[in-house]
Write a protein that binds this ligand. Structure first.
Ligand SMILES: Cc1ncc(COP(=O)(O)O)c(C=O)c1O
Length: 450
């Protein structure tokens, strides 16, 4: 590796970073994270902090899982790559498909299609949803409904069902036939409804209304995150997802549960849908599927969907969609090892206990700092803190103050992620009680610096 001077000199010079302005990265050099161990990351200045971001909601098992690393290394020597396009397979792909199916059997998932990440998984889910209806002789079912504030990745399909202006405007026009319902976000919503249950019922009514307006037989699928992540950790009422499930059932609309963040224990359950007692038709996965160690995603399908595709081997039933790296042997080896480790470590239970600690701690901070407008979480290791300049008016905090809080918290011992005026936290599910306390005390220092 080149020396530190070279790295600093060339930082952001040649690399366009996702989700930011290139010129901003050039003037405000990104932190260079050089090493990591456990749940701690260390930058080029040798400053170590607890990673409350978990890489990017993905390093579920921390940075030091040698079992996953060894599995990846071994596979690189056994078979570094071979195509899994129809006609060839590889041992790890077969093993990984078995492991993922077992993992989500309780959610009713029967088949898996591997991808290279979450956006690919969402793209796969949307396409398969349309094809499913075509195969069932309902070719006019092409539309998608989703939630505002939802994040479903950056392909044109995913961006079209995304519910956040930031990811849409620069890339419009997006895909036609995509419609959005209000987010189950009690702090801000068009109904001015602070009761989560009533808000859930209002959105369900809006869903029925939209279906009637569009025509039920034109809608292919409804996609939602069980807990909205990037949109600000928005936790719906416990009734919300099943209300939406019932409506989908009544109108023959497929339900896609986007579990890219919520899968693999992050919510304190093995899937977000299971947390809410719902069985979706399709699930999208990524991130925790390899603990972020190798880029892999997956779309999963219920028996009902599988049956339609498997009933015939005609051209129409072919899945003419896929990625060079679908079922990549090294990725598949990472999946097998990660799933086994996720279960062995019972990551779900620690996520639940430490998530409660983080959420309760954030609620305590809200009593102390008036800039905290809303604290969201309480289901595993997903916590959001929304900062406001004026609590009564709920005026979103300005970007410069958000940056100041971020930097002060970093200097005091934790890396958090900013999403607009939200602080987003999703640390590794293996985090300890002491490390959660470090996050909370560093955040306190950050808020004091606002
Ligand atoms: C719910 C959800 N879906 C899809 C994606 C896209 O995943 P990726 O960034 O791996 O393409 C993300 C990424 O954060 C996500 O949170």
């Amino acid at each position: 590796m080149k020396d530190d001077n070279f790295l600093k000199e060339n930082n952001a010079r040649h690399l366009w970073h996702p989700m930011g302005a290139p010129s901003d990265s050039q003037t405000h050099a990104p932190k260079i994270i050089k090493t990591a161990a456990g749940v701690t990351i260390t930058d080029i200045e040798n400053h170590s902090v607890v990673d409350a971001v978990g890489g990017l909601w993905c390093v579920n098992l921390g940075y030091s899982n040698d079992i996953i690393k060894d599995a990846i290394a071994k596979q690189l020597y056994d078979l570094p790559y071979y195509s899994a396009f129809a006609g060839t397979s590889n041992p790890m792909a077969i093993e990984a498909s078995y492991a993922v199916r077992e993992f989500f059997a309780k959610d009713g998932m029967a088949r898996v299609f591997f991808t290279s990440g979450g956006s690919d998984s969402v793209e796969t889910a949307l396409r398969i949803a349309r094809q499913y209806h075509k195969l069932r002789s309902e070719p006019e079912r092409t539309k998608f409904i989703s939630l505002k504030k939802g994040y479903h990745g950056t392909h044109f399909g995913g961006a079209s069902v995304n519910g956040n202006i930031r990811f849409r405007t620069n890339y419009e026009p997006l895909m036609p036939g995509c419609f959005h319902l209000p987010s189950p976000y009690p702090y801000r919503n068009p109904f001015n409804e602070t009761d989560p249950l009533k808000l859930a019922q209002n959105i369900a009514a809006a869903f029925e209304d939209e279906i009637a307006f569009q025509g039920p037989s034109t809608i292919a699928a409804f996609i939602m995150e069980p807990i909205q992540g990037a949109g600000g950790v928005i936790v719906p009422d416990a009734s919300f997802m099943s209300l939406m499930r019932d409506i989908c059932n009544r109108h023959g609309i497929l339900m896609i549960s986007d579990e890219v963040i919520t899968g693999f224990g992050r919510t304190g359950e093995w899937s977000g849908a299971r947390l809410w007692g719902v069985r979706p038709d399709i699930m999208t996965l990524a991130k925790g599927i390899t603990s972020g160690y190798f880029p892999v995603g997956a779309a999963m399908f219920s028996d009902m969907v599988a049956e339609v595709f498997e009933s015939d081997n005609s051209e129409a039933h072919g899945i003419f969609h896929g990625y060079t790296y679908s079922a990549h042997p090294v990725g598949a080896a990472a999946v097998v090892a990660t799933l086994s480790e996720t279960l062995r470590l019972d990551a779900r239970s620690n996520a639940e206990a430490r998530g409660t600690q983080l959420y309760q701690g954030a609620l305590e901070l809200a009593k102390k700092y008036d800039i905290i407008g809303d604290v969201r979480g309480g289901h595993g290791l997903m916590t959001g803190i929304e900062l406001v300049a004026n609590k009564a008016a709920k005026t979103p905090m300005d970007g410069a103050t958000m940056q100041r809080v971020h930097q002060a918290a970093y200097e005091a011992g934790t890396m958090v992620r900013l999403g607009g005026n939200n602080i987003l936290m999703s640390p590794p599910l293996t985090i300890s009680e002491t490390e959660v306390n470090t996050i909370l005390s560093a955040l306190s220092t950050g808020f004091a610096a606002a």
